[in-house]
Design a binder for this molecule. Structure first.
Ligand code: GTP
Ligand code: SPV
Ligand code: MN
Length: 602
């Protein structure tokens, strides 16, 4: 039975069914009873493995096909009428050709199966930010993940009314054939089509496909922003709260920063950090002339490896109930989960992410293929599980941003932190970001590439126009957030991280927020404002560097140093990217910043 009288929704469901020819159509109402029934069904079919219900109540493990473990950027398309509107860093397909191709691939592919119709909202239903999507899928795994990651149910359709518009999402698993895998976006039709995958960002269509690619396009036309950013709140000892948003590329530390536990020295003084979001921010100009942000999601699709009690206690705690694990290892002693970095000691009795027995004695840290959990294995956990979830999580108006932080994985060149001179220079800093690739996308890892604003894989239109939109937004806000850049990933000559990271990133956050209030000085350098080492509080820091001595102020000085020669090379690199890749649509303001950088490094 359908849950709505909205003709456009009914028509979309009908057309999808006509194409895929499912045996049955089931509307997802988000009720506990329906979800339980689907879980039972998935356990029976083997799609989910029920975990130890005492230790991990309502938790399940799912294994994907081995060829389907990450986003596939080279099979992800922006299908605009004009090729140039998709821009130089997106893969483009003609919409007509794309619909035809998808139709060919998906025709009749739900025969004998059930097609689930998921009405969902990105954002709190009824808020000015919220947008409704309807995803049809033949995968129970997708249904159950969407029920954690988004707000699902009839209220979404009710908020559409009889005539409201929504984002259409069509997903068919087909054969999980990597050669026929397509993730297609039609920003001009508010439509997404995904075939031949059943993994995370390729198929949970509310996430990267809608909330970033389609939404960034909507934001450009409607005057707001959809960004690959975490949002966190810092409470100061005097009770004041400030919010920051931070854009780091995939698997570069958003979930970890969003949930950080400050060092004891800070908690004793009364500092507190709370999480509003860990992956996506929708940002609008508020009546007060500031930027206000919401997290459109309702759960965390977080990287499992590396997560432990010490590195990210709050993320681990979030996974203790109602969580779906994907491609982690199964500890057969107690039917719990395991991944590299969860415990120091390797468990003896483990089934790896592919379903085969795993031999801990053959584990080699340096060889990813010997891992028990896939390097991009993930947990899907309800946000409300998180011990540090912000009271503003469900706020309809969002939170006001004091700072925006960019960052990536840079072994060299980029200092621990620096501040841009103003908004436009901050946009330049974001546009010039490079970061090493990670396991979150298929392909080689550890390769340095340009990833402007951490949006290279997610901007749903021309990257040059996207830069211009950032410049335009700066003109609309009377009190824009200050813009910073951080790098937690500087390495010494032996490849060891030079900064402790994780909870100790609080020390950098404090400097950033003090800068926003003009409460601390900085050195003016060719690239912007850099902290004086004495101004970053190292009290109680307990970190041994690779040389075997405690991290000290001289080590901090080292990772704050600006090497003019390296930055002159960096400027050349950025110029090459602007001229060779983005080309013609780069706003004048950014060219000016590039010239300044070049001049400063001479
Ligand atoms: P997506 O969900 O793919 O968008 O990733 P993310 O940006 O949320 O990254 P996440 O916080 O999950 O971190 C990814 C990896 O980086 C994990 O293996 C972390 O252990 C590691 N990491 C996060 N923060 C730090 C840090 O401050 N220092 C170091 N050295 N590693 C970190
Ligand atoms: C990312 O890759 O940035 C993720 C995971 O957050 S996915 O949902 O697969 O895109
Ligand atoms: Mn992400």
């Amino acid at each position: 039975m359908s849950l709505t009288e909205n003709k456009k929704v009914l028509e979309f469901v009908e057309q999808s069914a006509e194409l895929a020819q499912p045996e049955e159509i089931v509307w997802i109402d988000g009720s506990k009873a329906q979800i339980e029934k689907l879980k039972a069904q998935a356990v029976k079919s083997g799609e989910l493995i029920k975990l130890n219900q005492k230790l991990l109540p309502d938790c399940y493990l799912h294994r994907t096909k081995v060829n389907d473990v990450a986003r596939v950027e080279d099979r992800t398309f922006i299908c605009t009428k004009k090729r140039e509107d998709a821009g130089p860093v997106n893969y483009w397909m003609d919409p007509k050709q794309a619909y035809e191709l998808a139709g060919e691939i998906a025709r009749g592919r739900m025969k004998g199966k059930t097609m689930y119709v998921i009405p969902y909202s990105m954002g709190v239903v009824g808020s000015d930010f919220a947008k409704i999507g309807v995803e049809v899928t033949d995968s129970i795994y997708v249904v159950l993940n969407m029920c954690i990651m988004t707000r699902v149910g009839k209220m979404c359709l009710d908020s559409l009314g009889k005539n409201g518009d929504f984002i259409k999402g069509f997903h068919a698993s087909c054969d999980i054939d990597a050669e026929k895998r397509y993730i297609m976006h039609f920003p001009e039709d508010n439509t997404i089509i995904s075939v031949n995958s059943a993994y995370g960002g390729n198929v949970l269509l509310g996430k990267k496909c809608f909330a970033l690619r389609i939404a960034s396009y909507l934001g450009k036309t409607e005057g707001w922003m959809a960004e690959h950013m975490l949002i966190l709140g810092v409470t100061f000892p005097d009770g004041e709260k400030k919010y920051v948003a931070a854009a780091f590329p995939s698997a570069c530390g958003k979930t970890n920063l969003a949930m950080l536990i400050p060092p004891e020295h800070y908690t004793k003084k009364g500092f507190k950090v709370e999480c509003v979001g860990d992956d996506i921010a929708w940002i609008r100009v508020g009546e007060d002339g500031r930027l206000w942000a919401v997290n459109p999601e309702n759960g965390f699709f977080g990287v499992a490896p590396g997560t432990n009690e010490h590195s990210n206690f709050n993320a681990l705690a979030s996974t203790k109930q109602g969580t779906i694990f994907t491609n982690v290892a199964l500890n057969t002693d107690d039917k719990t989960v395991w991944w590299e970095g969860l415990t120091k000691e390797l468990p003896r009795h483990v089934i790896d992410w592919t379903g085969k027995p795993w031999d801990p004695d053959k584990f080699d840290k340096k060889d990813k293929s010997t891992c028990a959990a896939h390097p991009n294995s993930r947990f899907t956990a309800p946000a409300q599980n998180c011990p540090c979830v912000s009271p503003e999580f469900n706020s309809k108006k969002g939170v006001p941003l004091s700072a925006i932080i960019f960052g990536g994985r840079r072994a060299s060149t980029t200092p621990l932190v620096y501040q841009s001179r103003d908004w436009n220079h901050g946009v330049f800093v974001g546009s010039a970001m490079s970061s090493e690739t990670t396991a979150a996308a298929a392909g080689a890892t550890g390769v340095l590439r340009h990833d402007p604003m951490a949006m290279k894989p997610f901007a749903g239109y021309h990257m040059g126009d996207y830069f211009a939109h950032w410049i335009e937004m700066g003109k609309k806000v009377k009190n824009p957030p200050k813009i910073f850049n951080v790098n937690w990933f500087r390495q010494d000559k032996d490849g060891n991280f030079m900064w402790p990271g994780f909870g100790d990133n609080m020390r950098v956050l404090e400097w950033i927020l003090k800068r926003c209030d003009g409460k601390v000085g900085a050195d003016e350098t060719p690239i912007g404002f850099v902290p004086r080492a004495e101004d970053i509080d190292l009290t109680g820091l307990d970190y041994e560097i690779s040389a075997g001595r405690p991290f000290g102020v001289e080590d901090l000085r080292e990772i704050l140093k600006i090497d003019k020669k390296l930055w002159a090379k960096e400027a050349e690199e950025i110029e090459g990217y602007y001229k060779g890749t983005i080309k013609d649509r780069i706003p004048e303001e950014l060219w000016e910043c590039l010239e300044t950088l070049k001049k400063n490094c001479r």
